[in-house]
Design a protein around this ligand. Structure first.
Ligand SMILES: [Zn+2]
Length: 317
Protein backbone atom coordinates (compact mmCIF):
# COMPACT_ATOMS: atom_id res chain seq x y z
CA UNK A 1 0.00 0.00 0.00
CA UNK A 2 1.23 3.50 -0.80
CA UNK A 3 0.60 6.45 1.45
CA UNK A 4 0.64 9.96 0.13
CA UNK A 5 0.93 13.04 2.36
CA UNK A 6 -2.82 13.28 2.67
CA UNK A 7 -3.42 9.71 3.67
CA UNK A 8 -3.41 8.65 7.28
CA UNK A 9 -2.46 5.10 8.13
CA UNK A 10 -5.50 3.23 9.42
CA UNK A 11 -3.68 2.06 12.57
CA UNK A 12 -3.06 5.65 13.72
CA UNK A 13 -6.69 6.63 13.36
CA UNK A 14 -7.85 3.78 15.51
CA UNK A 15 -5.02 3.99 18.04
CA UNK A 16 -4.27 7.53 19.28
CA UNK A 17 -1.85 6.32 21.98
CA UNK A 18 1.68 7.30 20.91
CA UNK A 19 4.53 4.93 21.64
CA UNK A 20 6.90 6.25 24.37
CA UNK A 21 9.80 8.26 23.01
CA UNK A 22 13.03 6.47 23.80
CA UNK A 23 16.04 8.79 23.95
CA UNK A 24 19.21 6.93 23.24
CA UNK A 25 22.08 8.21 25.40
CA UNK A 26 24.46 10.30 23.31
CA UNK A 27 27.51 8.34 22.27
CA UNK A 28 30.66 10.42 22.54
CA UNK A 29 33.33 9.96 19.86
CA UNK A 30 36.79 8.91 21.05
CA UNK A 31 38.93 11.73 22.40
CA UNK A 32 41.17 12.90 19.60
CA UNK A 33 38.47 12.48 16.93
CA UNK A 34 38.84 16.21 16.12
CA UNK A 35 42.60 15.91 15.59
CA UNK A 36 45.24 16.10 14.30
CA UNK A 37 45.65 19.49 15.93
CA UNK A 38 47.20 22.07 13.67
CA UNK A 39 48.89 25.25 14.78
CA UNK A 40 46.63 28.24 14.25
CA UNK A 41 43.38 26.29 14.48
CA UNK A 42 40.87 26.40 17.33
CA UNK A 43 39.05 23.29 18.58
CA UNK A 44 35.92 23.48 20.69
CA UNK A 45 35.07 20.07 22.08
CA UNK A 46 31.50 18.89 22.60
CA UNK A 47 28.96 21.76 22.70
CA UNK A 48 31.82 24.26 22.70
CA UNK A 49 32.41 23.91 26.45
CA UNK A 50 36.17 23.59 26.06
CA UNK A 51 38.29 25.74 23.76
CA UNK A 52 41.73 24.72 22.55
CA UNK A 53 44.01 26.99 20.52
CA UNK A 54 46.70 24.76 19.05
CA UNK A 55 50.03 26.57 19.30
CA UNK A 56 53.63 26.27 18.14
CA UNK A 57 55.52 27.62 21.17
CA UNK A 58 56.83 25.66 24.18
CA UNK A 59 54.26 27.43 26.36
CA UNK A 60 50.82 26.26 27.56
CA UNK A 61 48.25 28.57 29.12
CA UNK A 62 45.22 27.13 30.91
CA UNK A 63 42.25 28.95 32.46
CA UNK A 64 39.96 26.47 34.23
CA UNK A 65 37.83 28.91 36.27
CA UNK A 66 36.94 31.78 33.93
CA UNK A 67 33.91 30.24 32.16
CA UNK A 68 30.39 31.71 32.07
CA UNK A 69 28.19 29.05 30.38
CA UNK A 70 25.49 27.34 32.48
CA UNK A 71 23.76 24.69 30.31
CA UNK A 72 20.68 22.91 31.72
CA UNK A 73 22.06 19.47 30.82
CA UNK A 74 24.65 19.79 33.60
CA UNK A 75 23.20 20.29 37.11
CA UNK A 76 25.01 22.55 39.54
CA UNK A 77 27.72 20.83 41.56
CA UNK A 78 26.70 20.19 45.14
CA UNK A 79 30.08 20.47 46.89
CA UNK A 80 33.46 22.13 46.41
CA UNK A 81 34.38 25.70 45.49
CA UNK A 82 32.02 27.53 43.12
CA UNK A 83 33.69 30.95 42.80
CA UNK A 84 34.46 32.09 39.25
CA UNK A 85 37.91 33.63 38.69
CA UNK A 86 36.53 36.74 37.00
CA UNK A 87 37.98 37.70 33.65
CA UNK A 88 40.64 34.99 33.56
CA UNK A 89 39.17 33.71 30.27
CA UNK A 90 39.64 37.17 28.77
CA UNK A 91 43.02 37.81 30.43
CA UNK A 92 44.41 34.51 29.15
CA UNK A 93 43.38 35.33 25.58
CA UNK A 94 45.04 38.74 25.84
CA UNK A 95 48.24 37.02 27.04
CA UNK A 96 47.98 34.67 24.06
CA UNK A 97 47.70 37.59 21.63
CA UNK A 98 50.56 39.45 23.33
CA UNK A 99 52.80 36.38 23.09
CA UNK A 100 51.96 36.11 19.40
CA UNK A 101 53.36 39.59 18.82
CA UNK A 102 56.50 39.21 20.98
CA UNK A 103 57.44 35.62 20.19
CA UNK A 104 56.27 35.33 16.59
CA UNK A 105 54.29 32.20 17.44
CA UNK A 106 51.38 31.14 19.60
CA UNK A 107 51.19 29.33 22.92
CA UNK A 108 48.87 26.36 23.34
CA UNK A 109 45.79 27.69 25.15
CA UNK A 110 43.10 25.61 26.87
CA UNK A 111 40.05 27.42 28.24
CA UNK A 112 37.01 26.13 30.08
CA UNK A 113 33.87 28.03 29.08
CA UNK A 114 31.61 26.31 31.62
CA UNK A 115 30.92 28.17 34.83
CA UNK A 116 32.68 26.69 37.84
CA UNK A 117 29.43 25.58 39.47
CA UNK A 118 28.99 23.23 36.47
CA UNK A 119 32.55 21.88 36.41
CA UNK A 120 35.86 22.48 38.16
CA UNK A 121 38.57 21.69 35.61
CA UNK A 122 41.23 22.09 38.33
CA UNK A 123 40.06 19.10 40.39
CA UNK A 124 40.06 15.33 39.90
CA UNK A 125 37.14 14.10 37.79
CA UNK A 126 35.05 13.04 40.80
CA UNK A 127 34.95 16.46 42.41
CA UNK A 128 35.16 18.24 39.04
CA UNK A 129 32.10 16.70 37.38
CA UNK A 130 30.23 15.06 40.29
CA UNK A 131 28.91 12.21 38.20
CA UNK A 132 27.34 14.11 35.30
CA UNK A 133 28.39 12.50 32.02
CA UNK A 134 28.44 15.77 30.04
CA UNK A 135 30.64 17.39 32.67
CA UNK A 136 32.88 14.31 32.73
CA UNK A 137 33.20 14.56 28.95
CA UNK A 138 34.17 18.25 29.16
CA UNK A 139 36.70 17.45 31.89
CA UNK A 140 38.22 14.70 29.74
CA UNK A 141 38.47 17.05 26.78
CA UNK A 142 40.14 19.75 28.88
CA UNK A 143 42.92 17.44 30.00
CA UNK A 144 43.12 15.71 26.63
CA UNK A 145 43.93 19.03 24.96
CA UNK A 146 46.55 19.79 27.60
CA UNK A 147 48.09 16.35 27.05
CA UNK A 148 48.16 16.96 23.29
CA UNK A 149 49.96 20.26 23.87
CA UNK A 150 52.45 18.68 26.28
CA UNK A 151 53.28 15.85 23.89
CA UNK A 152 53.75 18.23 20.99
CA UNK A 153 56.04 20.50 23.02
CA UNK A 154 58.06 17.59 24.37
CA UNK A 155 58.64 16.26 20.85
CA UNK A 156 59.37 19.65 19.34
CA UNK A 157 61.36 21.40 22.07
CA UNK A 158 62.22 18.86 24.77
CA UNK A 159 61.02 21.21 27.51
CA UNK A 160 58.26 23.69 28.17
CA UNK A 161 56.22 25.69 30.65
CA UNK A 162 52.59 25.30 31.70
CA UNK A 163 50.82 28.21 33.39
CA UNK A 164 47.50 27.59 35.12
CA UNK A 165 45.85 31.00 35.38
CA UNK A 166 43.55 31.89 38.27
CA UNK A 167 42.38 34.82 40.34
CA UNK A 168 42.19 35.25 44.08
CA UNK A 169 39.75 37.53 45.92
CA UNK A 170 39.76 39.11 49.33
CA UNK A 171 40.84 36.85 52.20
CA UNK A 172 38.12 35.64 54.59
CA UNK A 173 39.17 38.34 57.09
CA UNK A 174 38.58 41.03 54.44
CA UNK A 175 42.25 41.76 53.73
CA UNK A 176 42.94 41.87 50.00
CA UNK A 177 46.48 40.73 49.19
CA UNK A 178 47.37 42.60 45.99
CA UNK A 179 50.36 40.39 45.25
CA UNK A 180 50.27 37.62 42.67
CA UNK A 181 50.68 34.20 44.26
CA UNK A 182 52.91 31.87 42.26
CA UNK A 183 52.29 28.19 42.98
CA UNK A 184 55.07 25.63 42.62
CA UNK A 185 53.55 23.02 44.97
CA UNK A 186 55.71 24.40 47.78
CA UNK A 187 53.32 24.98 50.71
CA UNK A 188 53.14 28.39 52.36
CA UNK A 189 54.55 27.17 55.66
CA UNK A 190 57.60 25.80 53.82
CA UNK A 191 58.07 29.11 51.99
CA UNK A 192 58.11 30.80 55.38
CA UNK A 193 61.30 28.88 56.29
CA UNK A 194 64.82 30.19 55.62
CA UNK A 195 66.66 29.51 52.35
CA UNK A 196 68.93 26.80 53.73
CA UNK A 197 66.02 24.78 55.09
CA UNK A 198 64.10 24.96 51.80
CA UNK A 199 67.01 24.35 49.45
CA UNK A 200 67.04 20.55 49.65
CA UNK A 201 66.87 17.89 46.95
CA UNK A 202 63.77 16.53 48.66
CA UNK A 203 61.93 19.84 48.31
CA UNK A 204 63.25 20.37 44.79
CA UNK A 205 61.92 16.96 43.74
CA UNK A 206 58.44 17.79 45.02
CA UNK A 207 57.99 20.99 43.05
CA UNK A 208 56.02 21.40 39.82
CA UNK A 209 59.14 22.99 38.22
CA UNK A 210 61.35 20.02 39.00
CA UNK A 211 62.47 19.55 35.37
CA UNK A 212 63.27 23.24 35.00
CA UNK A 213 65.34 23.22 38.19
CA UNK A 214 67.22 20.16 36.91
CA UNK A 215 68.00 21.95 33.63
CA UNK A 216 68.92 25.26 35.22
CA UNK A 217 72.43 26.30 36.13
CA UNK A 218 70.93 27.88 39.24
CA UNK A 219 70.00 25.95 42.35
CA UNK A 220 66.47 25.36 43.59
CA UNK A 221 66.15 28.30 45.99
CA UNK A 222 67.49 30.68 43.34
CA UNK A 223 64.93 29.45 40.80
CA UNK A 224 62.18 29.55 43.42
CA UNK A 225 62.71 33.02 44.88
CA UNK A 226 66.16 34.39 44.02
CA UNK A 227 67.08 37.14 41.55
CA UNK A 228 66.37 34.70 38.70
CA UNK A 229 62.99 33.52 39.93
CA UNK A 230 59.77 34.16 38.04
CA UNK A 231 58.55 36.16 41.05
CA UNK A 232 61.59 38.45 40.98
CA UNK A 233 61.17 39.00 37.24
CA UNK A 234 57.50 39.92 37.69
CA UNK A 235 58.42 42.10 40.65
CA UNK A 236 60.97 43.98 38.54
CA UNK A 237 58.10 44.71 36.11
CA UNK A 238 56.01 46.14 38.96
CA UNK A 239 53.85 43.10 39.72
CA UNK A 240 54.57 42.15 43.30
CA UNK A 241 54.67 38.37 43.62
CA UNK A 242 55.05 35.66 46.24
CA UNK A 243 57.56 34.02 46.34
CA UNK A 244 60.21 36.49 45.16
CA UNK A 245 63.31 38.22 46.58
CA UNK A 246 61.20 40.96 48.14
CA UNK A 247 58.32 38.69 49.23
CA UNK A 248 59.97 35.34 49.97
CA UNK A 249 56.88 33.76 51.55
CA UNK A 250 53.28 34.49 52.56
CA UNK A 251 54.35 35.10 56.20
CA UNK A 252 51.45 33.06 57.52
CA UNK A 253 48.91 34.82 55.30
CA UNK A 254 46.56 32.99 52.91
CA UNK A 255 48.36 31.62 49.85
CA UNK A 256 47.65 28.94 47.21
CA UNK A 257 50.60 26.73 46.34
CA UNK A 258 49.10 25.05 43.25
CA UNK A 259 46.15 22.77 42.56
CA UNK A 260 45.29 19.65 40.59
CA UNK A 261 46.47 21.00 37.23
CA UNK A 262 49.83 22.19 38.56
CA UNK A 263 50.41 18.78 40.14
CA UNK A 264 49.17 16.75 37.19
CA UNK A 265 50.65 18.73 34.32
CA UNK A 266 53.91 19.92 35.88
CA UNK A 267 57.11 17.93 36.30
CA UNK A 268 56.80 16.76 39.92
CA UNK A 269 55.98 13.26 38.76
CA UNK A 270 58.44 13.36 35.83
CA UNK A 271 58.29 14.68 32.29
CA UNK A 272 59.85 17.84 30.96
CA UNK A 273 56.99 20.34 31.21
CA UNK A 274 57.18 22.49 34.33
CA UNK A 275 54.10 24.17 35.81
CA UNK A 276 53.41 27.37 37.70
CA UNK A 277 50.01 28.34 39.08
CA UNK A 278 49.27 32.04 38.70
CA UNK A 279 46.83 33.49 41.25
CA UNK A 280 46.27 37.09 40.25
CA UNK A 281 44.39 39.66 42.33
CA UNK A 282 41.56 41.50 40.57
CA UNK A 283 42.67 45.13 41.10
CA UNK A 284 45.34 46.14 38.61
CA UNK A 285 45.41 42.82 36.75
CA UNK A 286 41.95 41.33 36.12
CA UNK A 287 39.70 44.37 36.47
CA UNK A 288 39.57 45.81 32.93
CA UNK A 289 41.05 45.50 29.43
CA UNK A 290 43.77 48.09 30.13
CA UNK A 291 44.95 46.05 33.11
CA UNK A 292 44.82 42.79 31.11
CA UNK A 293 46.95 44.31 28.42
CA UNK A 294 49.58 45.78 30.77
CA UNK A 295 49.83 42.56 32.76
CA UNK A 296 50.08 40.51 29.56
CA UNK A 297 53.00 42.65 28.36
CA UNK A 298 54.94 42.17 31.60
CA UNK A 299 54.03 38.50 31.91
CA UNK A 300 55.24 37.82 28.37
CA UNK A 301 58.55 39.58 29.00
CA UNK A 302 59.02 37.66 32.26
CA UNK A 303 58.26 34.27 30.67
CA UNK A 304 60.78 34.95 27.89
CA UNK A 305 63.50 35.93 30.36
CA UNK A 306 62.74 33.07 32.75
CA UNK A 307 62.81 30.54 29.92
CA UNK A 308 66.14 31.91 28.68
CA UNK A 309 67.79 31.96 32.10
CA UNK A 310 66.84 28.42 33.05
CA UNK A 311 66.26 26.53 29.82
CA UNK A 312 68.94 28.28 27.79
CA UNK A 313 66.94 29.63 24.86
CA UNK A 314 64.49 32.35 23.99
CA UNK A 315 60.82 31.50 23.53
CA UNK A 316 60.25 31.11 19.82
CA UNK A 317 58.55 28.65 17.47
ZN1 LIG B 1 40.88 29.36 40.28
Amino acid sequence: MFLSCEDEPVENQSNPVQPPIIVEPEIFPDLGHDGPYTHGNVYFGREGYIEYHAGNLPIILSAPHGGQITPDEIPDRTYGTMVTDDNTYELTKVIMDTMKVRYGGTPHVILCKLKRRKIDANRDSVEAAQGNRYAIRAWQEYHHYINIAKNKITQQFGSGLFFDIHGHGANPDGFYDLRTWLGYLVPGDVLDQDDTSINTVDNSNKTSIRALVDSSLFNFIEVLRGENSFGALMDSLNYKSVPSVNDPGPMGSRYFSGGYNTARHGSRGGGSISAIQIEAPRPGIRDNPVSWSKFAQSFTIAVDEYYFRHLGRKVKP
